[in-house]
Design a binder for this molecule. Sequence first.
Ligand code: F6R
Length: 363
Amino acid sequence: EKGGHKYYMAKEMSEQPSVIGDTLRFYMGDGDAGITLPGELDFTDLDRVTIVACGTAYYAGLTAKYWFEKLARLPVEVDIASEFRYREPPLPQKSLAIFVSQSGETADTLAALRYVAGTGGKIASVVNVPESSIARESNVVLPTQAGVEIGVASTKAFTCQLTVLALLALKAAQQRGTLTDEELRQHAANLRALPGAMNQALALAPEIAALANELADARDVLFLGRGVMYPTALEGALKLKEISYIHAEGYASGELKHGPIALIDPNVPVVVLAPRDALFEKTVSNMQEVMARQGKVILVSDSAGLDSAREGVWKWIRMPEIDPVFSPILYALPVQQLAYHTAVAKGTDVDQPRNLAKSVTVE
Ligand code: F6R
């Protein structure tokens, strides 16, 4: 049942190249015909998109904010469902609410959806279970093609959510005319390159397992990311704490000097998620501040990044090269692997972490 894997989580992580391929085919087919959504969504005149979700799905939404704003020049608000539902925020007339949920049954997310429905707002949902409550109550359902996810820690559902949201941002960009046809084609090609790059990233598992053995004794771990990689830092910290029970926090790299740098000492590993993108040098300077305080840096980057910034870092993970815009989809993998192998090294129950349920149907 676990396909020769020790845990469902391992199996589900390994399925990512294939289910991301399925998700891309669902929306783009095999040819060059562009992106087809399974329902009517018009982004042309929107003033705002509001994305609401919980936990890992919320981090997928936070990542999508960067994509919608950059690619489609569309303002995005992202909120945690349990906050959104009780805040009862006013929504602009010309807006779309997107709910992201693997199970489609998360109580707070469903309540937030019903609040928007009550205001007459248009509702789309990115769900993995098409017959779920959230799917049934949405105007447009955007399915992820992750297949059944059993491990409590979300892995393949998360990367599929990111993929659907990336496609949606591209569709919005096309409708709003913010990208040229050539740019759209290039972004689509970059998405299609993901399954191959993911296979390469999965092949790093033995290296990451060795590194995780050294992480297992840590009491606290920090994750840093900048720009589109910031939500990946949050997700990395969540994954690590939920399955290995090691205290971890994710921060935007630029926030380091506003407080968390006080935590840095030789016992606090700092995972820096930094593909060589336009903001790379900024993140490197944050990383150097960590190293100047004897912090142990684990740098996750591509060859270009590692070649220029590896000096003095404690460990590194060499990622395949991809276009930086969609790097969160690829960099989710080492972050999951790090959490997984750390948990295995500690001997915790990876698929059934203490105190957690797969589907949170009560608030
Ligand atoms: C973390 C995790 C949770 C869920 C959250 C939302 O690994 O799985 O944070 O992402 O409970 O669940 P769904 O997506 O079912 O609404």
